[in-house]
Design a protein around this ligand. Structure first.
Ligand SMILES: CC(C)c1onc(-c2c(Cl)cccc2Cl)c1COc1ccc2c(ccn2Cc2cccc(C(=O)O)c2)c1
Length: 228
């Protein structure tokens, strides 16, 4: 005889179905695992906006605009990657709402960067995080990085040193004040600058491998990294 769904069975089934659909991963979260292409594009956008921020920051370093104009360009080009590693490290280690930094980490890991470079990059992020730098220390360390006299094509080393020295003096004092129980803290900070240099080298290879795979950069990045 005829099978009939009763009224209350209908209600029960609707309730179960509704609950079941609520437990699906919403499509956009599932989609969050973007393709390498999309990650590369997003990172390119981030890097481009960060270079603009970096140029503004550099112009506000006392004395920078009085340097020889070609030296200003040489310092920016020579330090851009290192300054952005410092900046991205700070964004990484900032205690943002869960899921935020993972997303950034996920995108970097899945952007076509080969595994051999991923390891040193994330070691660096970890070593910066362990320093627990104050905002002042972060700003000064970035300024010290930009004012590195021995960048390629810098003509007037002495003029750059004259700007970098007072920054190092203040940074040294801050380290003593903020980390009284760690006499080696300042030395550890400067040690990060050495690590940054090696990342610079890796980065040049990362850029080349992206270019080999026909990845496009923005005009600003092409200019600052001398590509295309
Ligand atoms: C061109 C692009 C693919 C690239 O090439 N090398 C690097 C590259 C990589 Cl993969 C690592 C380190 C340095 C460079 Cl240049 C990058 C990406 O550069 C970045 C990426 C993120 C960066 C920066 C600088 C700061 N952040 C953090 C940040 C900036 C803006 C918004 C957000 C956010 O979460 O909303 C986060 C640079």
């Amino acid at each position: 005889d005829k099978v009939e769904i009763t009224k209350e069975q209908q209600v029960l089934m609707q309730a179960i179905l509704k609950a079941y659909e609520r437990h699906q991963i919403p499509q956009d979260v599932a989609k969050r695992l973007y393709s390498a292409e999309e990650n590369f594009l997003l990172l390119t956008e981030m890097a481009t906006s960060q270079v603009q921020v970096l140029v503004e920051f550099t112009k506000n370093i006392p004395g920078f605009l009085s340097l020889d104009h070609e030296d200003q360009i040489a310092l920016l080009k020579g330090s851009a990657v290192e300054a952005m590693f410092l900046r991205s490290a700070q964004v990484f280690n900032r205690k943002t709402p869960a899921g935020h930094t993972e997303v950034l980490e996920e995108r970097i890991r899945k952007s076509g960067i080969s595994e051999e470079f991923i390891k040193p990059m994330f070691n660096f992020y970890k070593s910066i995080g362990e320093l627990l730098m104050s905002p002042e220390e972060q700003a000064l360390l970035t300024a010290v990085t930009i004012l590195t006299p021995d960048r390629p094509y810098v003509k007037d080393h002495a003029a750059v040193e004259r700007l970098q020295e007072p920054m190092l003096e203040v940074l040294k004092k801050l380290c003593t004040l903020h980390h009284p129980h760690e006499p080696q803290y300042f030395a550890r900070l400067l040690g990060r600058l050495t690590e940054l240099r090696s990342l610079n080298h890796y980065h040049a290879e990362i850029i080349t491998s992206w270019r080999v795979n026909d990845h496009k950069f923005t005009p600003l990045l092409c200019e600052i990294w001398d590509v295309q």
